[in-house]
Design a protein around this ligand. Structure first.
Ligand code: 0L1
Ligand code: MG
Length: 262
């Protein structure tokens, strides 16, 4: 760690207030170029602490930048991890208030719902599949608090990996007997297909991203509790949205989920 507790708290407050008031900011590494990975996750933790103190509940986690398309889009080569709150969950088929967001984009995701706790180190695809109750179609709404979505990896980790809203839905799909690598997704915006892909776009198999997340948390002495929702990462590049847009996502074998931007 290079940052002291006061600086970590101040950075978390800056990012929290940007999210609360739909206001952007410059990336935090501009002011703290020497911050390290532990600093970045410490700011993320402090941000989470502020939201929990306001009454939000932790409902799961997310992996980001897990597909080659996203890595290419962002010019990076490794995944990042964040958390999901109940306050940011949207109703399937419901509304997402665009005015609460800065410059939202949507990503098609496969959401894992865990029936059993998952704990790293040493977590692997097999353990993830054994612990998964079912998967659902998921749309993640990302909204970087950084101006023009311009950031580096440490800044985006501190900003909870651009997490903003998410919706999951459709028909729960059991992993036993399903082939998640070849499960296709089609995301439509206003009735037109805008993104297609399959589970394998996420690190070869989306369960790999969940295993990496469990190992990341394990290194911090934490685990993924039973009942957690885990967004395994965008299967395609993110698509920009605005008020008036309707977005739906179909996951092969698992039906579809949708949201409307109001
Ligand atoms: O969920 C994601 O893949 C987002 C990771 C952070 C980068 C971004 O804002 O696109
Ligand atoms: Mg995502």
């Amino acid at each position: 760690m290079t940052l002291d507790a006061q600086t970590v708290a101040a950075l978390a407050q800056r990012l929290d207030e940007c999210a609360l008031h739909a206001r952007d900011t410059t990336k935090i590494t501009d002011d703290h170029p020497d911050m390290d990975w532990a600093d970045a996750y410490a700011v993320q933790d402090a941000l989470c602490g502020r939201q929990l103190a306001r009454g939000a509940r932790l409902v799961g986690y997310k992996a980001g930048l897990t597909s080659f398309a996203k890595m290419r889009q962002m010019g990076v080569d490794s995944p990042v991890f964040g958390y999901l709150l109940d306050a940011h969950a949207l109703v399937d088929g419901g509304e997402c208030k665009a005015a609460e967001l800065i410059h939202p984009k949507v990503e098609p995701e496969i959401a894992f719902v865990l029936g059993r706790e998952l704990k790293g180190p040493g977590c692997h695809i097999g353990a993830v599949l054994a612990a998964t109750d079912f998967v659902l179609a998921g749309i993640e709404v990302i909204d970087s608090r950084y101006r023009d979505f311009k950031f580096d990896l440490k800044s985006v980790i501190a900003d909870n990996t651009s997490a903003a809203r998410f919706v999951v839905g459709g028909q729960p799909l059991a992993v036993a007997g399903s082939e998640l690598r070849t499960a296709g997704v089609v995301m439509e915006k206003n009735g037109l297909p805008v993104a297609f892909g399959a589970g394998a776009a996420v690190l070869g198999h989306p369960a790999t991203a969940v295993a990496m997340l469990a190992n990341h948390l394990g290194a911090l002495g934490r685990s993924l509790p039973a009942g957690s929702i885990v967004l395994s990462g965008g299967i395609t590049e993110a698509v920009a949205v605005a008020a008036g847009d309707h977005v739906s996502l179909r996951l092969q074998g698992a039906g579809s989920t949708s949201i409307r931007f109001a």
